[in-house]
Design a protein around this ligand. Structure first.
Ligand code: SF4
Length: 247
């Protein structure tokens, strides 16, 4: 018999205020996945690219629409030379470009997102310039970064059936979500046990992100459900994530 692959546990419930069913990936949300940018992340190219410290920023950020672009442009205007290594390039060329599939992404400079500060930058440090902006101003990342950047590796998919009922699924970002190239990545954090090293579960560590994706009321419902189940751990055990179950 063929063995089950990538087995996850899910919970679903109806939205309290609209014609929508929510489905949440319990296995990922209760796992101890943590972003390990600069701490072992191998990047999303076809070979180990750890030393370049590009994380998942090698292809630029794919914008979700005009509002997302306008927001990024507004935030970029606030970035100081200390926070943004490629400020001159971004100002001169504009912060967006079209990729081969005619999608709008952030501008690529030196083979990665224009907002990604690289090793050797003397300013605020490595990593996303928007991240430094948010920290300097005591803001949440979700209020500063392009949408996809603060959501990864969470993903929300809305599907509407013939009768107008919406099913919204919130799950981990899979290789396939990157398009065909995702399967060629040398490494991807949600299927590597090296990234399952957090001290708290994803639904807490990414609580602000999750809340922004589903709204306060639904976030309160799923968080309470997971907290309640966690409290009962011992009598009820979450299915461990496949990335850590293999070992
Ligand atoms: S989300 Fe994953 S791929 Fe992106 S920087 Fe973090 S660990 Fe690396």
């Amino acid at each position: 018999m063929t063995e089950l692959q990538d087995v996850h546990e899910w919970v679903s419930f109806d939205d309290p205020t609209e014609d929508r069913t929510w489905i949440f990936d319990v296995t990922f949300l209760t796992s101890n996945w943590s972003c390990i940018f600069g701490r072992g992340c191998k990047g999303v190219l076809t070979e180990d690219f750890s030393e370049a410290v590009q994380g998942c920023c090698s292809y630029g950020a794919h914008f979700t629409g005009p509002d997302d672009i306008a927001h990024a442009q507004k935030m970029a205007e606030r970035l100081t030379p200390e926070q943004w290594q490629f400020r001159d390039e971004g100002r001169a060329q504009g912060i967006t470009q079209q990729n081969d599939d005619d999608e709008t992404t952030t501008l690529l400079v030196d083979d990665a997102c224009v907002f990604l500060n690289r090793p050797g930058f003397d300013g605020a440090g490595l990593g996303c310039a928007f991240h430094h902006l948010a920290e300097a101003n005591g803001q949440r990342h979700v209020d500063v970064m392009p949408e996809v950047c603060w959501q990864v590796p969470l993903r929300r998919i809305d599907e509407t059936d013939d009768l107008g009922h919406v099913t919204s699924t919130v799950r981990e970002w899979k290789r396939r979500d990157w398009g065909d190239g995702g399967h060629d990545f040398h490494w991807w954090c949600t299927d590597s046990d090296e990234a399952f090293v957090g001290a708290i579960p994803v639904y807490e560590g990414m609580g602000a992100e999750l809340e922004s994706m589903v709204g306060g009321e639904v976030f309160g419902m799923i968080a309470a459900h997971l907290r309640d189940r966690t409290r009962r751990q011992g009598t009820e055990v979450f299915l461990p994530h496949p990335a850590v179950r293999r070992h």
